[in-house]
Design a protein around this ligand. Structure first.
Ligand code: PMP
Length: 425
């Protein structure tokens, strides 16, 4: 397969310059309609925009390489297979996997966690066993475990959080003393942006004998992540939050663990031999990729990873940290605005959850939208976390590589307008 370059390195664009990066994103580079303002897109925590490099990689796949993979003996199918497997290697290198075989293509983080719950969880968890989660989890790292707990009789316990949205590690230790079989937690909170000390949590959990799953949906796109350094057993990510296509995601698992697991779904491609009386399973990762996979989406994810690698994840983090500091300072000037989450910005990703007086978060988001500022409002799929905060919903602005101070300024100006509309400030 040809090597695709992002163009960034050669064009020498400073990745800390959000406006320059934005030029690579067709949807953001131009206003949606002539005469309107470009979108200040502050909802990347839900799903990111896609650079031309990703769109073109998928377009090129469909134009030049498209065929079903693995089964074909003709050249086109071989090219499609090579493109798919190259993307697997790209992702594996990016997260520090020991082998590409440890990376399973799925649709998203939700599917990755369900895969672990339905294979590892159903086999390992028994009545009376304990699985430790946290009160801050996204529903996708909670509901799959509730389903398995209901089936197996295992118990779920939840690490508490501090009022400013960090995990209470003393409470973690209390729960670890009960000898859980599993500790599953998000690396970065989507609702508050808290960057949890994932290495430390994993170290303590492993010392207590637990298997560890990390929901990395909000970390892999924004901070350098290395599974070997983390020391976890499973890690789930969503490609669509890291500049890749919607419907792309990866489950990483330690090879020896994956190798011992039963399949998640049955069908074509995941078998070794099929008899009418029963079947045997293909090796990992094919065992977990039943049916025809989303090949072009995997190729697009590979291109997204190459793009992020060219920017450099350290620089991505630095950029977002700088934007976060600027935004926190600017938002402090908005009357009635209250933010949630850690005050130590080193423990925060580029996410700001906030309330504006007693204006409903949906009304805030609607007024911001009138100004071309896209933020999310709601419970962010974290209803238990919202209850801990004593709110039903928040507004949330989240930053990525293509944002800059102008986006923050537009957010602040639109919030002032919301205050005027609701006659607060
Ligand atoms: N976990 C976290 C922390 C998330 O932010 C999200 C997406 N909001 C998910 C899991 C689920 O991701 P997906 O919808 O791509 O499955």
């Amino acid at each position: 397969m040809e090597t695709r370059t992002t163009g960034l390195a050669t064009r020498g664009i400073d990745p800390l310059d959000g406006a320059a990066v934005r030029a690579d994103f067709p949807l953001l580079a131009a206003p949606p309609e002539p005469g309107t303002a470009r979108v200040a897109f502050l909802d990347s925590a839900a799903s990111s925009q896609k650079p031309a490099a990703v769109i073109e990689a998928m377009d090129a796949f469909y134009r030049r390489d498209n065929a079903n993979i693995h089964r074909g003996v003709y050249k086109l199918s071989e090219r499609a297979t090579a493109a798919y497997e190259a993307a697997r290697h790209t992702v594996a290198d990016f997260i520090g996997a020991a082998s590409a075989r440890e990376c399973i293509f799925v649709r998203n983080t939700t599917e990755a966690i369900n895969l672990v719950a339905q294979t590892w969880g159903r086999r390992e968890l028994r009545a009376g066993d304990l699985a430790v989660l946290t009160v801050m989890e996204h529903h996708s790292n909670l509901v799959p475990w509730q389903l398995v707990a209901a089936e197996t009789g295992a118990e779920l316990a939840f690490v508490r959080m501090t009022p400013d949205g960090r995990l209470d590690l003393d409470h973690l230790d209390t729960l670890l003393a009960r000898g859980p079989k599993l500790v599953a937690f998000s690396h970065v909170s989507n609702a508050l942006g808290t960057i949890h000390p994932a290495e430390e949590i994993t170290r303590r959990a492993k010392a207590a004998g637990a298997a560890v799953l990390i929901d990395a949906a909000q970390s892999v796109p924004h901070v350098p992540v290395n599974v070997a350094a983390l020391g976890c057993d499973f890690l789930a990510l969503s490609g669509h939050k890291m500049l890749g296509p919607l419907g792309s995601g990866v489950l990483w698992g330690r090879f020896d663990l994956l190798d011992g697991l039963p399949p998640f779904m049955g069908g074509g491609s995941m078998i070794r031999r099929v008899e009418l009386s029963g079947s045997t399973w293909a090796d990992v990762p094919a065992r977990f990729e039943a049916g025809t996979p989303a090949v072009a989406d995997a190729v697009g994810l590979g291109a997204a990873v190459e793009y992020l690698s060219a920017l450099g994840m350290d620089r991505v983090r630095t950029h977002e940290r700088e934007l976060l500091a600027y935004a926190v300072g600017a938002l402090a000037e908005v009357p009635g605005l209250r933010t949630f989450g850690p005050t130590d910005l080193d423990q925060r990703s580029g996410v700001i959850s906030f309330e504006l007086g007693d204006i409903h978060p949906h009304d805030v988001a609607a007024i911001l939208d009138e100004e071309g500022v896209a933020v999310r409002a709601g419970h962010h799929c974290c209803q238990p976390l919202m209850r801990e905060l004593g709110v039903v919903a928040t507004s949330r602005a989240s930053f990525y590589v293509y944002n800059d101070r102008e986006d923050v300024d537009r957010l602040v100006a639109a919030l002032h307008r919301a205050n005027r509309v609701f006659a607060i400030g």
